[in-house]
Each structure stands twice: as structure tokens, then as C-alpha cells.
Design a binder for this molecule. Structure first.
Ligand code: ACO
Length: 703
């Protein structure tokens, strides 16, 4: 990252507004007015050939007429003039361009956009946009946009791909009382993209949490890389699920890989928390910007109402932070501050009699206790208490402990007085929400943050025995025949080169060869048609399992060959594969897609018909660690089947993790070659007995 250039772009010391207009209501007028009204201290240089002065600022015909140095130019002239403006800015030595103008790639004018970037880069300038609202920064008193005002002050910063949404969010920061320092509209991302802004905001001392509104990334792997390296929490709201997954694909994995599922995994791998919707983005941004990660599992709820306590308990379970009983010794301490009909278990119910002092003392004792990893304080308005005083008691008790490395969150259920008290809490660094469910969701975000930060440090597992050369021989053979579909046996050779346990198999071109190979491999065997033109072998009557005699081998060899000819008369038939018949086990599927955003991505799920009906699958961007592979196994709904239920012995998850990880290495290593692949079914046996890849499919990239 060229920090100097990005500083000039995102917190410029001086700025030209090219296309500044004297006509109120025009964007070029609004941007200039916003700079003025935000009390921007840097140099402001309106550029317009027709005016000498706008809003009291001296106006110039061109940036080349300005003597002073200019860091950034905000461009608000129609698209057809932008290239010429870029030239002038380059000659002037401007470092960054904020191109508000629309009418580029978003309307199909990709070439014009590329030209703008190429020309800018030739002068060493970076481009934000085009098609943006601009940049807003509270700490720089900089409203370089046509959004009406700077956001409510705070320490989160938001990067938004939607300009209109950014303006809406800007306004909502006030109604929600959630503060931001910077709002960055990223538009078409022709040059500066999410990865750049993540990296830059991570070093920005005024930003404590990075919030993203994402429609689609153009730099998926780079975002994973920058996300992993970031030291601040990042939260993303991903909108839109692409049609990519719906496109009929030749492999199971291709059709199951809806991009939203892949985004979910990729964000987790990047250490990025996800938000469900806009409300959730605000709520989670608030907590991540104010509170530290929650390092353990123990959430304690303190409440004055049983009802909100139960709602909180339900939500804790729903959001993955189920409550546990308070340790007896802590219960004893807390019991002093409640009537006999209160409860010191978890939730700690101080009852409706709770006043400021009880809240103060119990919060202090609980927050100080080592068992408590995170505290949620619930309060319902009562006639005997004043919400603001309760809020102040909570804050005082936290300050009294001096603890800063574990989180505290509040939820006040009430009316205007509670709203006011919660605003006070937020201003004083304690996130507060109107609903207990929202508070529990917020604390779960801190738990998720702690976990995925840890996970994202994982180093991918590598294997020394992978034999790329051997795999490439098979791939090159197919390419020489101008094929992109490998036969099953070819795919198995590629898998075997990366250490995947495939069933033994040989291709028989004649009945005699079939008999000889069957004797060599040993009965029972499986016989399958081998043809690059027949991907769905069963549909073509090309698969016979459990063949037990030489007579049957002869009979089925001829039958399979006949069926194939009927199915596709012009099919190129390599022969019939004679394959070891692996004993039946639990069927799982391993597969891959070359995702347009994230590249080689691995899928794992329960196999057989379940994969199609239940779509019980999970994804990871390859490569990854063996620990991540083990997590994938635990993530599917059918995980208990592999762990062992109802007296069934546990399956060999160690061997399965290893195979998943090897597979991920293979698709990453061969990312320029493999477009889609499946190992389906993979038969998993009991612990210690390993697994077998029974069928394999690889589709190569088109070159
Ligand atoms: N140098 C300096 N000024 C120039 C130049 C030049 N080479 N050429 C023209 N200008 C002046 C014009 O004379 C005009 O000033 P004036 O009002 O004094 O006449 C000014 O620049 C603007 O030019 P106009 O032709 O009047 O263009 P207009 O203001 O109507 O539109 C704009 C320009 C706003 C850039 C428009 O083309 C556009 O892209 N609008 C959409 C912007 C947008 O919405 N972006 C965010 C997308 S996200 C979301 O949807 C919220």
C-alpha cells in the first residue's frame, strides 16, 4: 500500500473540486458547500472555466492555474470530460482522484473506466470510484461528498459499495446514535478496492472498527489476506446472492456453490465478522467499535426482570453463547444484593427491587470475577428507579474495576428515559440496545471475533509427497486430445498424485483384458464405462457394481459397451474400468469450484442423494489447515453421523480431515488447470480404517 497516496486521497490536506458549480442543487455546488459547512481546514480550490468565484472561494479555470499543491481532486464533471481532467490533474501533481461522476463500467463503459485508471496510474495517481458519493471524515472535518452532513461522531469507519446506502447510513448514525469517523464510498472499485481500504483503515488511528457494505468483491483473495493481517475488527454486510450457483454445472460442487455460501466461509477465513442485515450491521459495528473481543465462553447476565432474563437466555443459546450456571462461590457473593426470591444462578435476577446500588455492586463483583468472560446487564424500567442513574451505576462499577480486556453490554427495556440512558452509556463506551436479543447477538459478535481472529492465524497444511508432475502428465494428455473433461480413471490418477486414497482401477479395452484385470484386482469388482463424452455414467447404463465372476465380467463388459453406444452413438469410448469394489461406508462428497471471486474453493458434505436433496455442505477457500478441515466436518448438519450416534462407531475423521486438506492443496496447486472437481462418493470407514474415493470427476479450465 502506498500510504502517502491513500492519505492524500482519503484525508487530503487540500482539495480541488473540478466541476464546482455556482448553481445550488447541482452536485458540483453541493460538494463545495459541504466542504465549507464541514469546516474543512485544508485548501479548497473550485475549478470551473465559467466562474471567478463560488461560495466565496476563488475559482480557477483549470487545476493547472492553481499555484499551491493539491492532494486530491473531487471530480464532478460529466463522464465525457473526465479523461481530459485526469490529464490536467496528473500534470498538476495531484495524488488522488475522487470520481463522483457516473456513466462508466456500471453502464457498460468499461473501456472508458479502464482508460481513466490507466492514465491516472501513469501519473502515479490512485482513483476512488467512479460512481461514488465521496469521502467523509469527522476527524478531518472533511465532507468531500454530496451526502448532507458528517456522520454522528464515533470511532467506526464504513466502506460502502452503494452510494445511496452510504447516504442513508450517514443519516441513520444520528437516529441510532451510533458513531462513525469515516464513511468511504467505493463505487465501481476501478482502482482503490476493499482490500486497499481495509489496509488503510487498519492503520488509521481514528478508526477502531472497519464496517463494510459489500455487493461483490473484485479482489477476494486480497481481501482475505488483508483481513487476516488486520489488527482491528472488521464486519461485513454482504448483499445479493448471485445466480452463479444456479447455473447448471457439470459437477455437484458447481451447482451447490452459491456465492453467498462461499462469501460466508471466505469472510470467516479472513477474520471478518458478518452481519445479517442493516440493523445487525449497525448493532455489531457499535459493539465491535467500543468493546474488546470476548476470549472465553462464559457470559453472565444480570437483570432486574425475569422476562428479559429468559429472553436473554434464549438468545444466548440462539447466538452460540449458551449460559452456564454461575460458580457457587460467585453466587454466594451476589446473593447479598438480592431478596430471598432473587436468583444468583445465570441469569442473575436482582428482581424488580434492584436499585442503583445493587446494580453497581453486582456488576462490579461479576465483572471482576475471573469466571466471567463477558457481562450483559439487562434492565426494565420501574417506577422506583431512574434509568440514567442505573446507567451511571453500571459505568461507575466498570470504571471501579479498571478492567478493559473483557466486554460489557447493556440492554434497557423502556421508553424515552431508557433511550436517553442508553445514549449516555454509548457515549461513555458501553454499547446499549433496546432488546435483550440484540444485546446477546452483540456479545456473540465479540465471541465470534475472538474465535475467527484466532482461526485466521492458521497456516495452511502442506504435503511434501504431492506429485504435481505426475498430475500434470495426465492433464496434458487430456489437453493434447483437446478435452476438458477427464475420465474417471484420469481424475483418480490426478487425485492419487496428491495422496488421495482412490480405489485401484485399470482400463480394459477388450473382454480378455477385463478378465485379466479382474483377476489381478480380485473380486468383487465394479465395472464402469470410460468415456470423456459420458459424464453421468449411471444414466448411460455404464455402471455395474458387485461383479463376482469371470462369466459376469465378460457379460457386463459387452453390455456396458453396447449401452454406451446406444446412449451416445458418437461417444469416444476408452474402454471399461475394472475397479476394486470398496466396502460400503458412510458416503461423503468432496469437491471444488474455481470461484470467480475467491479462486479454488473446496466443498465438503454428506454424499449420495443427500448432497442433492439436503444440500448439507460447507465451503472453504483453498488452501487451509488440517484444523480447518476438521472444522468443516463438524459444520455440516449431518456431523453426528460421522461422530457416531446410536451405538454406531465414530468414523475416521482424522483420515477424512487429511483427505480434505490434501484435496484443498491439490486444487490450489492446480488452480490454473482444474475448474471443477468432485470425489463422490468418498466412503468413510470406522476410526482407524481410513476412507476410499470411489468416484472422481475433474473438469479442466478452458485455455
Ligand atoms: N472543468 C471544470 N468544470 C467543468 C468542465 C471542466 N472541464 N466541464 C464542465 N464543467 C462544469 C460545467 O460547466 C458545470 O458548471 P456550471 O453549473 O457552472 O455550468 C459543472 O462542471 C457540471 O457540469 P454539468 O454539465 O452541469 O453536469 P451536471 O452537474 O449536470 O452533472 C455529474 C455532472 C454530477 C458529474 C453527472 O454527470 C453525474 O455523473 N451524476 C451522477 C453522480 C452520482 O450520482 N454519483 C454517485 C453514484 S452513487 C448514488 O447513486 C448515490
Amino acid at each position: 500500500m502506498d500510504i502517502e497516496i491513500l492519505n492524500a486521497l482519503l484525508k487530503p490536506k487540500s482539495v480541488a473540486v473540478i466541476g464546482a458549480s455556482a448553481t445550488p442543487g447541482k452536485i458540483g455546488h453541493t460538494v463545495l458547500l459541504n466542504l465549507q459547512e464541514s469546516k474543512y481546514k485544508g485548501g479548497i480550490y473550485p475549478i470551473n472555466p465559467k466562474s471567478d468565484e463560488i461560495l466565496g472561494f476563488k475559482c480557477y479555470k483549470s487545476v493547472l492555474n492553481v499555484k499551491e499543491q493539491i492532494d486530491a481532486a473531487i471530480i464532478v464533471v460529466p463522464a465525457k470530460f473526465v479523461l481530459q481532467i485526469v490529464d490536467e490533474c496528473g500534470k498538476k501533481g495531484i495524488k488522488g482522484l475522487l470520481v463522483i461522476t457516473s456513466g462508466f463500467a456500471e453502464v457498460g463503459k468499461d473501456d472508458l473506466e479502464k482508460e481513466v485508471v490507466a492514465k491516472s496510474r501513469s501519473y502515479g495517481m490512485r482513483v476512488l470510484g467512479p460512481n461514488i458519493v465521496g469521502v467523509l471524515s469527522n476527524s478531518d472535518d472533511f465532507n468531500g461528498s454530496f451526502a448532507p452532513f458528517l456522520p454522528y461522531k464515533g470511532t467506526a469507519s464504513l466502506v460502502s459499495q452503494s452510494g445511496a446506502l452510504l447516504i442513508g447510513i450517514d443519516a441513520q448514525t444520528y437516529t441510532r446514535g451510533i458513531g462513525f469517523d469515516k464513511l468511504i464510498s467505493i463505487g465501481n472499485m476501478s482502482d482503490v478496492n476493499f482490500a486497499d481500504t481495509i489496509e488503510w483503515l487498519d492503520q488509521d488511528e481514528k478508526t477502531s472498527c472497519i464496517s463494510l457494505y459489500v455487493e461483490g468483491l473484485n479482489d477476494g483473495r486480497c481481501v482475505i489476506d488483508k483481513g487476516r493481517k488486520a489488527t482491528k475488527p472488521i464486519i461485513a454486510l454482504k448483499a445479493g446472492s448471485s445466480a452463479h450457483g444456479a447455473v447448471a454445472a457439470a459437477s455437484h460442487t458447481g451447482s451447490l456453490a452459491g456465492s453467498s455460501k462461499i462469501y460466508k466461509s471466505a469472510f470467516a477465513q479472513a477474520g471478518i465478522i458478518q452481519a445479517e442485515d442493516l440493523d445487525n450491521l449497525f448493532d455489531r459495528t457499535l459493539v465491535l467499535s467500543l468493546q474488546p473481543p470476548m476470549k472465553g465462553d462464559n457470559v453472565l447476565i444480570i437483570t432486574n426482570g425475569g422476562g428479559v432474563g429468559v429472553l436473554g437466555t434464549d438468545s444466548a443459546e440462539k447466538f452460540g453463547v449458551p449460559l452456564k450456571y454461575t460458580p457457587p462461590e460467585l453466587q454466594e457473593k451476589l446473593k447479598k444484593y438480592m431478596p430471598s426470591f432473587g436468583s444468583a444462578k445465570n441469569p442473575v435476577d436482582l428482581t424488580g427491587m434492584a436499585g442503583n446500588d445493587w446494580y453497581h455492586d453486582t456488576v462490579k463483583i461479576a465483572f471482576n470475577h475471573e469466571w466471567v468472560d463477558g457481562l450483559v446487564v439487562l434492565y426494565c424500567e420501574t417506577a422506583m428507579t431512574n434509568p440514567l442513574e442505573i446507567a451511571k451505576s453500571i459505568k461507575k462499577s466498570v470504571d471501579d474495576t479498571g478492567i478493559k480486556n473483557k466486554p460489557i453490554i447493556a440492554s434497557f427495556v423502556g421508553g424515552e428515559r431508557s433511550d436517553k440512558a442508553m445514549r449516555w452509556l454509548v457515549k461513555n463506551g458501553i454499547p446499549a440496545y433496546a432488546g435483550p436479543d440484540v444485546a446477546l447477538n452483540a456479545i456473540s459478535a465479540l465471541k465470534e471475533y475472538a474465535k475467527i481472529r484466532e482461526d485466521s492465524k492458521d497456516i495452511p497444511t502442506t504435503y511434501d509427497d504431492a506429485n504435481r508432475e505426475k498430475a500434470m502428465d495426465v492433464i496434458n494428455y487430456a489437453r493434447n486430445e483437446e478435452r476438458i473433461a477427464l475420465t474417471e480413471i484420469e481424475a483418480k490418477h490426478v487425485f492419487a498424485a496428491y495422496g488421495l486414497p482412490v480405489t485401484r482401477a485399470k482400463i480394459a479395452k477388450s473382454e480378455e483384458e477385463a478378465v485379466s484385470f479382474a483377476n489381478e484386482i480380485g473380486f468383487p469388482i465394479v465395472m464402469k464405462i470410460v468415456s470423456p463424452d459420458i459424464l453421468h455414467k449411471s444414466d448411460a447404463g455404464g455402471v455395474i457394481v458387485d461383479v463376482n465372476s469371470i462369466e459376469d465380467v465378460r457379460k457386463f463388459f459387452n453390455e456396458i459397451m453396447e449401452n454406451a453406444k446406444v446412449y451416445k452413438a458418437d461417444a469416444n469410448i476408452h474402454g471399461v474400468v475394472i475397479q476394486e469394489m470398496a466396502p460400503w461406508g458412510t458416503e461423503v462428497i468432496l469437491g471444488s469450484v474455481n470461484d470467480p471471486t475467491f479462486g479454488p474453493t473446496m466443498m465438503f458434505g454428506l454424499g449420495g442423494i443427500f448432497v442433492e436433496v439436503l444440500k448439507d455442505v460447507t465451503f472453504r477457500v483453498a488452501p487451509f489447515s488440517k484444523r480447518q478441515a476438521a472444522e468443516m466436518i463438524g459444520e455440516i448438519n449431518a456431523a453426528p453421523i460421522l461422530i457416531g450416534i446410536r451405538g454406531e462407531k465414530p468414523k475416521d475423521r482424522e483420515a477424512l480431515s487429511d483427505t480434505i486438506c490434501r484435496y484443498a492443496n491439490m486444487i490450489y496447486d492446480l488452480r490454473d488447470e482444474i475448474n471443477e472437481s468432485d470425489a463422490n462418493p468418498v466412503l468413510v470407514y470406522e476410526e482407524g480404517d481410513g476412507l476410499k474415493v470411489a468416484d472422481a470427476r475433474i473438469l479442466l479450465t478452458k485455455k
